[in-house]
Design a binder for this molecule. Sequence first.
Ligand code: OAD
Length: 249
Amino acid sequence: MEEIISKLKKLVSTSDKIVAFTGAGFSAESGISTFRGAGGLWSKYDPSIYADINYFIKDPSYYWSFIRDERYPTLKKAKPNDGHYALVELERYGKLYRVITQNIDGFHQIAGSSDVIELHGNSRNVNCMNCEKNYNMDDVFKKLEKDIPPRCSCGGVLKPATVLFGEPLPQYALEMAKLASKNCDMFLVLGSSLVVYPAASLPRIAKKNGAKLVIINIDPTPLDHIADIVINDSASKVLTAVINGGLNE
Ligand code: OAD
């Protein structure tokens, strides 16, 4: 392990434009369940019912009960972990180009990362599907005991400002993410199974445009074969070990 950490430290030290690409595994140590891998949410909840836009339109009560009983109570208790703070440190070194995240917990911003591209939205915000009025999830959550699905003052159904399966990604975020992937010199995958597209196309874009690809994930991913370094361990632990003791400038 020491040898691979030292190889990664050298690579980070010689890179100037690092993209950190985070997935659910990066927030696992904050106490938020992943979707896949050991104990993943999709082994308990069928995503075609609990996370699909067509099902949501047919019956939004499943998704809202998933938010009420599972997702939001966990989020409210959780905090950014050492990995989030290690990325802030990497930004202080002037090494971090962008954070691109599939996570909807807002932890990168809370930890202090300044340039975060959210590909799948943010679960702290809620929108009306009819008039597009915005609400805060804290306020909406209070109503969930009685009102599922919660409704807007106009009568429209409310939906968290997150991307469900079958929905397009926010176009601007996706374009920014593609651009960052093209222009970076190192693409660092942190805790993602790399099976959900279009997000999982970004490491390929980076690699094709000459960046070094590093994957830190507990389980193997379908892109391991094109990576320069693969480490099957805790992303937060590895990142902290790389930053500890400083980088060689
Ligand atoms: P997944 O749940 O698919 O993958 C998380 C990965 O993190 C797994 O491969 C685990 O092995 C790994 N892992 C767990 N703990 C870890 C740790 N401490 N350090 C490093 N790796 C760890 O999560 P994503 O790839 O983010 O989308 O999933 C992508 C999208 O699929 C999500 O944004 C969500 C989901 O369905 C939607 O709901 C639209």
